[in-house]
Design a protein around this ligand. Structure first.
Ligand code: NA7
Length: 549
């Protein structure tokens, strides 16, 4: 337990004015739960979490579609001993990649085990927050009409929350059922004997298709861009394996924290062009057999930087798809054309195999765009598919969507939306100048979605916790990033991004999926381990780049 800084702030407040909370946290997913624990139980602050859903879980509360499963291995996708040794010790994962119900149960268990629910208000959206410079606190407005004050505002809203629903003419006339995967009903949805359209073939669509194909009469898969779908190779975890992992958890976490992407491995320092074609093939094949992100993160270290190296990965994919999919025309359509890993590669659980089924049809909407949705069908320029249900697996307004959905106003009434009109500007992805005492957990321009999320989340929560502790110990009430530090970070962020092939590919990583969204790389690609060092140095140098008053 760290010291109890609440006393100083509370005494100061009693003399000046009263505030409701030391900190308000928006969201009760992974980040909100850990942040609440640190604020309340480590720092002894008065904290409140507001959550739009009726339960904890965040991403895992909303994404309940068939096949929903984490693409990080379950043993790496959880809280570490930084939160609680007990959490690591007591929980046992049952599969290599946990399905949504298991992760949802885990987060609910964490909330109960750590007694967090009493400080969370559910079914409540934070609609706005304005900085009151006279009183040096945030005035926070809630969907239930309440207005509360807090010294600190911490967004824990997740990177993928605001659904992207394409504007296809005629959707309002559709007489069947339609769903967005990120807003899935809480009741079971039965697709048996139904004709189902799945629009979108990102990480979500790739999970939905094989699952729904086992139930539905027919599945029409509307694909705009074929992706590099890597076999996950899911399997049950035995109790012996869990025991062994627990024995090594400390080393595993240490390795994850210092790694490039938050997993306990990094690519060896070798180019894909430095080995013979046979050896390269063998290295790719081994990673393919192991399954998961290793194919990109544990094979060669220049795939993101060297076009020729990257081409070898694309050739490998084409060959593997051809080994699985029997129809050569489909292989052509399913083979990705853009550089590997310049867009989030989905993990697949029988996705390519699904196209060998008679009840699955691939429709390439680049060659035959969707014209309209009619009351009973989807009409492309080449055909009309009669469907009973439409599943939109069309992604999210990522990284900034959920933060900007809150009307946040900083100094002099400047809105965050105005400030970020040409794209987010942050210091370390944690703070933004002009918005004092605002922290963003896994905000834009931090590693976030380019890493295993819980590792990045813990890094940010730990950093914020230490910062608040220091502020209190030294009597500081306000912290704000300087415009100069922010300029420096944005420049560094963009420079690192431009060294990679990522910006050239259209993806949600660069905001290309949302019309009018400024195009730039939203997550930081400089590596989680490097990023951690930068954050630590900033703190060690007395929060360099911040003004504390
Ligand atoms: P993604 O990865 O953004 O995928 C959305 C998919 O929807 C993608 O295939 C899009 O094609 C497609 N899409 C979007 N709009 C349309 C329209 N108008 N017509 C046809 N197809 C469309 O979202 P996911 O939910 O799959 O995954 C998000 C993240 O969640 C994932 O990366 C993991 O981190 C977890 P496009 O590729 O843009 O051509």
């Amino acid at each position: 337990m760290i010291t109890t800084p609440a006393t100083q702030w509370h005494q100061a407040d009693r003399h000046q004015h009263s505030i409701d909370y030391d900190a308000v946290v928006v969201g009760a997913g992974f980040s909100g739960l850990y942040m609440l624990y640190c604020l309340r139980d480590k720092l002894n602050l008065k904290a409140r979490v507001y959550e739009k859903g009726s339960d904890v879980g965040g991403t895992w509360y909303w994404n309940r579609y068939p096949g929903a499963r984490c693409d990080s291995e379950s043993i790496y996708y959880c809280f570490s001993d930084h939160f609680s040794e007990a959490l690591l010790e007591e929980w046992n994962w049952t599969e290599r990649y946990a399905a949504q119900p298991e992760i949802y149960s885990y987060l609910r268990w964490v909330a109960d085990r750590m007694d967090l629910r009493r400080d969370i208000q559910f079914n409540t959206t934070v609609t706005g927050a304005s900085w009151d410079d006279d009183n040096q606190h945030w005035i926070v407005t809630l969907s239930d009409g309440q207005v509360i004050t807090a010294r600190f505002l911490i967004t824990a809203v997740g990177c993928l929350h605001v659904a992207n629903l394409p504007r296809i003419p005629g959707l309002e006339t559709f007489e069947g059922r339609w769903f967005h995967t990120g807003q899935w009903p809480h009741e079971p949805v039965d697709f048996s004997r139904r004709r189902v359209a799945v629009i979108g073939t990102g990480a979500t669509g790739v999970q939905v298709v094989p699952e729904v194909a086992t139930q539905a009469a027919h599945v029409y898969v509307f694909q705009r861009t074929p992706n590099h779908d890597i076999p996950a190779r899911n399997r049950p975890l035995t109790s012996d394996e869990m025991r062994e992992i627990k024995r090594h958890y400390k080393e595993i976490w240490q390795r994850m924290r210092t790694s490039g992407f938050g997993f306990p491995y990094d690519a060896p320092p070798r180019s894909a062009l430095s080995v013979s074609p046979e050896e390269r093939e063998q290295i790719y094949e081994q990673a393919w057999q192991k399954g998961g992100f290793r194919l990109g993160l544990d094979t060669f270290n220049d795939l993101l930087f060297d076009r020729e190296s990257n081409r070898t990965a694309n050739d490998f994919f084409r060959k593997k798809i051809a080994e699985i999919v029997s129809n050569p025309e489909l292989v052509d359509k399913l083979a990705p054309k853009y550089p590997f890993f310049t867009k989030r590669p989905p993990l697949e659980h029988g996705y390519y195999e699904a196209f060998n089924r008679d009840n699955v049809t691939l429709i390439d909407v680049r060659s035959e765009p969707i014209e309209a949705i009619t009351p009973r069908s989807i009409r492309t320029t080449a055909r009309e598919c009669e469907v009973d249900d439409i599943i939109f697996a069309t992604g999210f307004d990522a990284m900034t969507g959920a933060i900007l959905a809150i009307d946040i106003r900083g100094r002099n009434g400047l809105t965050l939306r105005e400030k970020w009109a040409d794209g987010p500007r942050t210091y370390l992805g944690l703070a933004t100048s002009g918005f004092p005492n605002l922290f963003m957990i896994t905000g834009p321009q931090s590693p976030s979605v380019l890493s295993n999320m819980p590792v990045s989340i813990e890094l940010h929560v730990d950093w914020i916790t230490e910062c608040l502790q220091l502020m209190s110990a030294n009597g500081f009430q306000v912290i704000e990033a300087t415009p100069e530090a922010e300029d420096g970070w944005v420049q560094h962020h963009n420079q690192v991004a431009s060294m990679t092939l990522i910006p050239e590919t259209d993806s949600w990583w660069v905001g290309a999926n949302i019309s009018g969204k400024p195009r730039q790389l939203y997550p930081y690609i400089g590596g989680l381990g490097n990023y951690r060092k930068i954050c630590e140095e900033v703190a060690q140098k007395g929060y360099e780049g911040f003004v504390l008053t």
